[in-house]
Design a protein around this ligand. Structure first.
Ligand code: NAD
Length: 371
């Protein structure tokens, strides 16, 4: 079916290949039952690209990705690539895509499905019904800002250092994404920094406040120190809607929030760039948080739900297809509620199935909901 929605599919390695094949079935379902078609191109990335082309990301692949409306990514990596030179490692393909597409906004939702409340290490009453969004700045701060390095000192010892620098522009662009996200959710943003001890934090808080006054008065903005936020995430996570924070704090807080949900096989993510001046759509890549899971690859054991939920984010944030995104998310919840589980989320009295079985359970649920 012809479409002006150009999607590049990069399955990658290991279970990335399996969960992407499952995702394509969901995409086929939408084309057949909802007349929602995508113009799909597919290529190799990571170890698969190294095996075929001698590089984890070809220039042609990168150019295609940049020219696409959205990239749907599986996972990369595997022990057979461990001894490769750093520049040839599968993960370099992923990092180069993020960097070249200037994907500065990393969205990591932490959603607890009713059927999986027991999978969290926290008490059910703390996590049941949880649905929060961690928004992490991805291109600046401690992981990129200069100066950084390890210097030899005159006394024979060494000094290692990084810089946590943020400019007005960098803070404003992530702030805008936070406000936009909150508008599509519950209208509340918590901006997280350490303005009590860091200059970059003082600027972050001032710029967020200014942006809020200028462009976001329809949103409720509050501020929180990062250490308090870590504590609040495990004490009372349901107080949050959107949390926006810098690269370093976001790295830590998003993993902390992920654990509230209990399982790696359930976690989607999106990385967004600046909106296109013509279409208003951001450059974007959608991928499950998990890796290529070499220990279970090729055995029909992978949980495909993180991949499906990443695809639902693509529908919502790249194509404005909220109804179809809701349908996929509801079908995932239905499949879980029916007691079907892949091994990673298996629970007593549930039926253990594989990747193919879980994919079919979600497709069946979509069938039922479409009737
Ligand atoms: P991993 O996420 O691949 O696996 C960790 C554990 O979780 C494994 O036991 C695995 O079987 C299980 N698991 C992960 N996803 C699952 C799913 N969907 N269903 C069922 N079980 C699942 O992390 P790892 O083992 O540390 O790394 C394996 C490889 O993946 C490495 O080469 C690593 O560099 C790479 N990696 C890639 C990405 C990415 O592509 N974004 C992310 C993390 C790790």
């Amino acid at each position: 079916m012809a479409s002006n929605r150009k999607v590049m599919v990069l399955p990658g390695d290991g279970i990335g290949v399996e969960v992407m094949a499952a995702n394509l079935k969901v995409i086929d379902w939408l084309a057949k039952h909802k007349s929602l078609a995508f113009d799909i191109s597919e290529d190799k990335v990571g170890g698969a690209a190294y095996d075929a082309y001698g590089t984890p990301l070809r220039d042609e692949t990168l150019a295609d990705a940049v020219a696409s409306d959205a990239v749907l990514f599986g996972a990369v990596g595997g022990p057979q690539y461990d001894d490769l030179d750093f520049s040839l490692k599968p993960e370099r393909g992923l990092l180069a895509l993020r960097k070249e597409m200037d994907l500065f906004a990393n969205l990591r939702p932490a959603i607890v499905f009713d059927a999986l409340v027991g999978a969290s290490t926290l008490k059910p009453e703390i996590v049941s019904g949880l649905n929060i969004m961690i928004l992490r700045e991805l291109c600046g701060g401690s992981y990129f800002a200069e100066p950084r390095g390890i210097d030899a000192l005159a006394d024979g010892t060494r000094k290692g250092y990084d810089t946590n620098a943020y400019s007005t522009g960098e803070i404003q662009r992530i702030g805008r994404v936070a406000f936009d996200l909150a508008r599509k959710r519950n209208g509340s943003v918590t901006s997280v920094e350490k303005s009590n001890v860091m200059h970059s934090g003082i600027l972050w808080r001032e710029e967020m406040t200014k942006l809020h006054q200028a462009e976001g008065t329809d949103i409720t903005l509050s501020h929180m120190y990062a250490d308090n936020c870590a504590m609040q995430l495990v004490r009372y996570p349901k107080q949050f809607d959107v949390i926006v924070t810098d690269n370093l704090f976001g790295d830590l807080l998003s993993d902390c929030a992920a654990m509230l949900t209990g399982s790696l096989g359930m976690l989607p993510s999106a990385s967004l760039g600046a909106p296109d001046p013509e279409t208003g759509l951001p450059k974007a890549m959608y991928e499950p948080v998990h890796g290529s899971a070499p220990d279970i690859a090729g055995q029909d054991l992978a949980n495909p739900l993180a991949q499906f939920l990443s695809f639902a984010m693509m529908l919502r944030y790249s194509f404005g297809q909220a109804e179809e995104a809701d349908l996929v998310e509801a079908a995932v919840a239905d499949a879980l509620a029916s007691g079907k589980r892949t091994g990673d989320i298996m629970a007593p009295d549930c039926e253990q199935i594989g990747t193919a079985g879980m994919t079919q359970a979600v497709l069946d649920a979509m069938d039922r909901r479409a009737r």
